[in-house]
Design a protein around this ligand. Structure first.
Ligand SMILES: Nc1ncnc2c1ncn2[C@@H]1O[C@H](COP(=O)(O)OS(=O)(=O)O)[C@@H](OP(=O)(O)O)[C@H]1O
Length: 302
């Protein structure tokens, strides 16, 4: 028996190293869009990255896939779509994947294999409010709905699928500071105010820079318009369609497009609730440049 095991060991070792090598070759040309669970601008970032890398193929914007396919169908999630083997050939044509996994738990090959990582961050108050609306919308009618107060309690305690929001953000922020050539850190609020510089930066970072000719022909601006909240949220596919329609947890596409507004938390959170979130933000993000993007976090408290 022992002899037999030994005979098998060598081919298994060769196979394992072959798989590891193939994965590394694959991740070398991949860009990974990394996000917390929800509510930070993933749908927008997926649309932009997809439109950037496929712009030569879909130069005729009148028949662009984003007009008839919701962005989450264009860029699969590693731990949902790829693990379920629904889109294994996606990476050859569109070298983009998305993930919710925190930086320190990413597969080693992603960290060491030359994969570019793009992270998007949003003010925790708006992220929380957006997340709560999304969760309320996708909770079945007959299930118990979580109140805003209960949800805040859980969010502040870090009780969520991929861990506390602040720690998730910090893991990628630190990685970006250590290796800016590998991790790009985007800010939803900055992009909402003026998307052009961030989107140009995104295209450079993922290896699909806009040429001067493309810029003068307005290609970048056309992509911004195509992926804008106003355009995407008004498309039939995003008003009436469903995401993963074949699955038991099919979600209305409209749930991914609510207001897209900076500071909408002011209409939902009491000053005490906002201060509770800001206090954690100050504790966790103190000494980082992220604090400057969080409205009021610097002005409340001490
Ligand atoms: N194109 C575009 N531009 C700007 N903002 C957009 C866009 N698409 C979606 N949104 C807003 O992003 C919020 C949803 O975040 P996510 O896309 O990360 O959610 S999800 O993970 O896909 O569920 C959610 O924010 P709130 O409106 O504040 O809830 C969406 O409205």
């Amino acid at each position: 028996m022992e002899k037999k095991n030994k005979a098998f060991r060598k081919p298994i070792k060769v196979l394992r190293s072959f798989c590891q090598r193939s994965l590394e070759i694959m991740v070398g040309h991949l860009s990974l869009i990394a996000i917390y669970i929800k509510a930070v601008g993933t749908t927008w970032l997926k649309a932009l990255a997809f439109a950037i890398v496929t712009r030569k193929k879909y130069s005729d914007l009148s028949s662009h896939p984003l007009l008839s396919t919701m962005p989450h169908e264009c860029v699969p999630f590693l731990e949902v779509d790829i693990v379920n083997k629904k889109r294994t050939n996606q990476t050859a044509e569109v070298p983009l994947l998305a993930t919710h996994i925190p930086y320190n738990s990413l597969p080693k090959s992603i960290i060491t294999g030359g994969c570019k990582i793009v992270y998007i961050f949003r003010d925790p108050k708006d992220a929380f409010v957006s997340l709560w609306h999304f969760a309320s919308k996708v909770t079945p009618e007959d299930a118990t709905h979580t109140s805003l107060e209960e949800a805040l309690e859980l969010f502040c305690k870090g009780v969520s699928y991929y861990g506390p929001y602040w720690d998730h953000v910090l893991s990628f922020w630190k990685a970006g500071k250590e290796a800016p050539q590998r991790v790009l850190f985007l800010v939803y609020e900055e992009m909402r105010k003026d998307p052009l510089p961030s989107v140009k930066n995104l295209a450079d970072f993922i290896g699909h820079p806009f040429s001067a000719e493309e810029e003068s022909e307005g290609v970048l601006q056309k992509i911004l318009d195509l992926c804008s909240f106003e355009n995407l949220s008004n498309l039939d596919v995003n008003k009436k369609g469903k995401h993963r329609p074949e699955s038991a947890v099919a979600i209305e596409n409209s749930a991914y497009f609510r207001k897209g507004k900076i500071g909408d938390w002011r209409s939902h959170l009491t000053p005490e609730m906002a201060e509770r979130l800001d206090q954690i933000t100050r504790e966790k993000f103190g000494g980082t440049d992220m604090l400057s993007y969080v409205s009021d976090a610097n002005t409340h408290g001490n």
